[in-house]
Structure formats: C-alpha cells, structure tokens
Design a protein around this ligand. Structure first.
Ligand code: NAD
Ligand code: IPM
Ligand code: MN
Length: 368
C-alpha cells in the first residue's frame, strides 16, 4: 500500500525552524517504526505572497485537499502588515481552514509535571492539568458577512458579523461530546448568551444535541468571560470546553499559559471524513510566527512536534506511537532541558531549537 501523504507548510518566522525539528521526528518514524510518509513541502503565508503575490497559491490549496494530512508551522510577519487585507499571510491559513471545512479545532492544554513550577499560576492550580478546548473554526465573526470598513457620513465604520447556523453549532458540539466520551465525560459550552443572539442559539443547539444524542455526558454552560476567569481560577474543573471561533482563539492562548508557554500547545483542525475514512485534517501549533525571536535558534519546537503526535493519533490511527512521542517530550522536560521560553528562576539546561529536537529524537531511540 502507498505511504500516507503529508503536506508540510512551514510558513514564516519560526515556522520553518520548528518544522525542521518535526522533519527529524518524521524521519525517525520512517527509519524505526515502519511508518513512512510521502512528504511534500509548499508555501503558505508571507513566503507564498513573496513568490506568488498571494498568501496561498491555488495549486497549494489543491494539494492540501488531496493530502492525507497537512502540517503547518506558522504564518505572518510585520513586513506584511501593510498589505491589503486579502493578501495578508493570515488569509492563507484562513483559506485552508475554510475550504477544507475544518470545523473542529482541538486545542489540548496539558501541563507536564516538569513545567508545573514554571507556569505563571501556582503549581497546585496547574499540576496535572489536562483539558481540551474545542474551537469552532470555519464560521462566526471570522467569516460572517457583511464585513469591511465603510464610510458612513464623514467617518469610517469597521464591520464584522457574528453568524452561526444551527448545523454549524451542532457539528462542533458533536465533536466535543465524542471527545468527552473518550476522556472524563464532561463538556462545558461557552458563549455570551446574555448579550448575543448567536450565543442564545449556541446554547439552545448544544442543549438539544446533548439531550438527543449525548445525555450520558455531563454538560454545563458558562458565559465566555466567566469561563476565562474560571480557567485561571481553577482550570482543573474542566474536561472539554466547546466554544466559538473568536472566544476559542482567546481562551486557547490563555490556556497555553497554564501549561507554561505558548511554545507548548499543539492543535488539530478536523473536518468531515474523506473517502479513505480519515478526517480532513490540518495540524499546527497554537502559536504564531514569533517575529521577535525568528532566526535566532530560540523557538520551542515542542508545540509543532506535539501537533505531529496529534496527526499520528487522529489521522493515522497510531495512538501508541503518538503516546511514545508525547512520552519522549515529557522525558526531555523532566531532564531539565529548556528552550528560552521555558527558562524561569528555577533554571534548567538552556537548549536551542535544534538541540531540543535532537534530544526528543534521542528519547525516541531510548524508547525502542
Ligand atoms: P506569536 O504566537 O507569534 O508570539 C507571541 C509571543 O510568544 C512572542 O513573544 C513569541 O516570541 C512567543 N512564542 C510564540 N511561539 C513560540 C515558540 N514556539 N517558542 C518560543 N516562544 C514563542 O503571536 P503574535 O506575536 O501575536 O503574532 C506574530 C505573528 O504571528 C502575527 O503576524 C500573527 O498574525 C501571526 N500568528 C500566526 C498564527 C498561526 O500561524 N497559526 C497564530 C498566531 C499568530
Ligand atoms: C490562531 C491564530 C489565527 C487565528 C490567525 C493567525 C489567523 O491566532 O490560529 O490561533 O486567529 O485563528
Ligand atoms: Mn490565536
């Protein structure tokens, strides 16, 4: 049988640096676990704009639709901030999400024991934390129409529209309930039903889907602002959180800091199953292109490496191999290896991006 195909889009800034370390891990699986991929690489974001004049070429979009899974590094950079909106690097990523219909964005926040002291919250608050944020990714205010900047009278007005259909809410709710059944069986849905009609509908539909199909799962609702407060107060009260596109964007950055660093958080963006039974899927770290540290060997590659672990689990049915990779990451952290973002007063051994990748591969070797 042909090897599964992986399309790699390293992107901008630290994207290519962290993806370089993922390539080492992919090669390791090919050499040691009889798990080879047919890998191809292409451009997205600012680098695609530089070459093609747009942040995602149509040929790259077509390749992404065909791939068994897509791995993305990060997009964006200050030099592109002046571009008109539809040419900005971020639009390349948004096009991938929208056209592949990747409606369920899984953002796990797990605090590794070795980092519990490093989080900006107390170790007893974050130690052992393991939550999953399910962010709706293809609708809401990110894509709603009308949008734009218009002249009204003698001033400009910026317009975006929060819009959700029942079916958009129902399908992401199902994703959250399904995940919860394989975890601790609890879902908390977050919206602003107190001020937004889209929030009222969100709460109603989640409640209906729950009653009809998932009454075995414990369901609660929270306003998203209170949810942010509860995430910092006592995050271990949560198992799965399901929320909309914009709230999910913010709450997942917040959750990242519970785990120690934005450089730790992976994500999987999943759509409907393809003909081969695998979900349409794109895997990417939650962090961005980090222009402030790009090109300096400082980036933490763990978020991107753990995103590949999610690909092993969700696209390739290799949960044991995903667990092997997660254990290798945990072991390296337990040894005290720290990229710059993980260096706190309690110290550790400072390592570069590539040294962190090499150390994880060494732990994979030890696992054999
Ligand atoms: P960012 O995530 O790039 O950086 C925020 C802070 O976290 C920075 O101080 C950065 O140095 C640090 N950081 C991020 N990832 C790190 C890593 N792996 N290792 C060590 N430190 C890390 O967010 P930003 O500064 O708000 O945005 C920069 C650019 O990235 C913007 O153009 C933005 O649009 C884009 N962005 C892209 C994505 C994506 O591609 N998925 C996500 C978020 C932001
Ligand atoms: C993320 C990013 C993106 C988003 C940007 C870069 C389009 O912040 O993946 O969290 O807002 O979704
Ligand atoms: Mn974000």
């Amino acid at each position: 049988m042909a090897n599964p195909s992986l399309l790699i889009l390293p992107g901008d800034g630290i994207g290519p640096e962290v993806m370089g370390e993922v390539r080492k891990v992919i090669d390791w699986y090919g050499a040691n676990r009889d798990l080879s991929f047919d890998v191809s690489e292409d451009l997205v974001g600012g680098c695609a704009y530089d070459k093609h004049g747009k942040p995602l070429a149509d040929e790259t979009m077509a390749k992404a639709q065909e791939a068994d899974a897509v791995l993305l590094g990060a997009v964006g950079g200050p030099q592109y901030d002046v571009l008109e909106f539809k040419l900005k690097p971020e639009q390349g990523l948004l096009r991938l999400r929208k056209e592949m219909d990747l409606y369920a964005n899984l953002r796990p926040a797990q605090c590794f024991d070795a980092l519990a002291d490093f989080s900006s919250l107390k170790p007893e608050i974050v130690g052992g934390l393991d939550i999953m944020i399910v962010r709706e990714l293809t609708s809401g205010v990110y894509f709603g129409e009308p949008r734009g900047i218009e002249k009204v009278g003698n001033e400009r007005v910026g317009i975006n529209t929060q819009r959700y259909t029942e079916s958009e809410i129902a399908r992401v709710a199902r994703s959250a309930f399904e995940l919860a059944r394989r975890r601790n069986n609890k879902v908390c849905s977050m919206e602003k039903a107190n001020v937004m009609e889209s929030g009222v509908l969100w709460r109603e539909v989640v409640t209906e889907v729950h009653a009809a199909e998932y009454s075995d799962v414990e369901l609660s609702h929270m306003y998203a602002d209170a949810g942010a407060m509860q995430l910092t107060r006592w995050p271990k009260q949560f198992d799965v959180i399901v929320t909309d596109n914009l709230f999910g964007d913010m709450l997942s950055d917040l959750a990242a800091m519970l785990t120690g660093s934005l450089g730790m958080l992976p994500s999987a963006s999943l759509g409907a199953p393809m003909a081969n039974g695998r979900p349409k899927a794109l895997y990417e770290p939650v962090h961005g292109s980090a222009p402030d540290i790009a090109g300096q060997g400082k980036a933490n590659p763990i978020a991107c490496i753990l995103s590949f672990a999610m690909a092993l689990r969700y696209s390739f049915d290799q949960g044991d191999e995903a667990a092997r990779l997660e254990a290798a990451v945990e072991a390296v952290l337990a040894d005290g290896l720290r990229t710059a973002d993980l260096m706190g007063p309690e110290g550790g051994t400072p390592v570069s991006t590539t040294a962190m990748g090499d150390a994880i591969v060494a732990k994979l070797n030890d696992s054999l």
